[in-house]
Design a protein around this ligand. Structure first.
Ligand code: ATP
Ligand code: MG
Length: 208
């Protein structure tokens, strides 16, 4: 008889893309909740590449955003961080993220996690049709945004309610700039990293 070594089987991988400038508890709760509800083996956080053309605000360096994401996720054995988008460079398109992750994990199932605000823009994303062949999309509730199926292919998207955390990176940056606390909005290690690197201090830098 042939010796068939059973493989590890298909793994269920969540993908959480974001600028993470800084990562906050809204991101972490969304990832944790989706992991539990969809029985995911792992959630990969993927900080975006550095937009070379600054549109309307200065985004913190890729390394600072990457390290804050690592600090925030390091203690969770189900969470990991990928440098894919950062190392590719330039503006990140989700299609590239998913193509590269698919190539890295050809035998696994991908679940792309996105907040209600980002889901609304999904049809305007590059190569929308191919996106849905690469991953299942999971839209999560976010305070201040209406979660609705933006007319995606049948079965291509699930909408789920996650505990409401009215936290945004924009607000965290504004708080730091004004000298207001971000304790308990972002993980303790991220608060300390922001202070250490003196991030977001310049209130004259407009926020998005
Ligand atoms: P910014 O204010 O700079 O846009 P952000 O808080 O929206 O930052 P992003 O890095 O843009 O954070 O978001 C990454 C992903 O996380 C997006 O899909 C976004 O919708 C989702 N997300 C962010 N904050 C929350 C939250 N509080 N609840 C649920 N989803 C969230
Ligand atoms: Mg955002």
């Amino acid at each position: 008889a042939e010796h068939i070594v059973p493989g590890p089987g298909r793994r269920r991988l969540g993908v959480m893309g974001g600028t993470f400038d800084p990562i906050h508890h809204g991101h972490l709760v969304a990832a944790s909740e989706v992991a539990a509800r969809f029985d995911l083996d792992e959630v990969i956080f993927v900080p975006t590449g550095q937009p070379w053309q600054k549109s309307h605000r200065q985004v913190s360096s890729a390394e600072d955003r990457y390290l804050m994401t690592v600090i925030a996720t390091a203690s969770n054995p189900q969470f990991s961080v990928s440098r894919l988008d950062i190392d590719r460079g330039g503006k990140t398109y989700t299609i590239d993220t998913l193509r590269d992750l698919r190539a890295e994990h050809p035998d696994d199932d991908l679940f792309f996690i996105t907040g209600a605000d980002a889901l609304g823009q999904i049809l305007t994303w590059r190569d929308a049709d191919e996106l849905f062949s690469l991953a299942h999309f999971i839209g999560v509730t976010r305070p201040g945004h209406h979660l609705a199926d933006p007319g995606l292919p049948d079965g291509g998207v699930s909408l789920i309610e996650v505990p409401a955390l009215a936290i945004s990176s924009t607000d965290c940056r504004a708080r730091v700039a004004h000298g207001d606390p971000v304790w308990y909005l972002v993980p303790d290690g991220v608060v300390r990293y922001i202070t250490k690197r003196r991030l977001y201090r310049d209130a004259s830098v407009p926020n998005s």
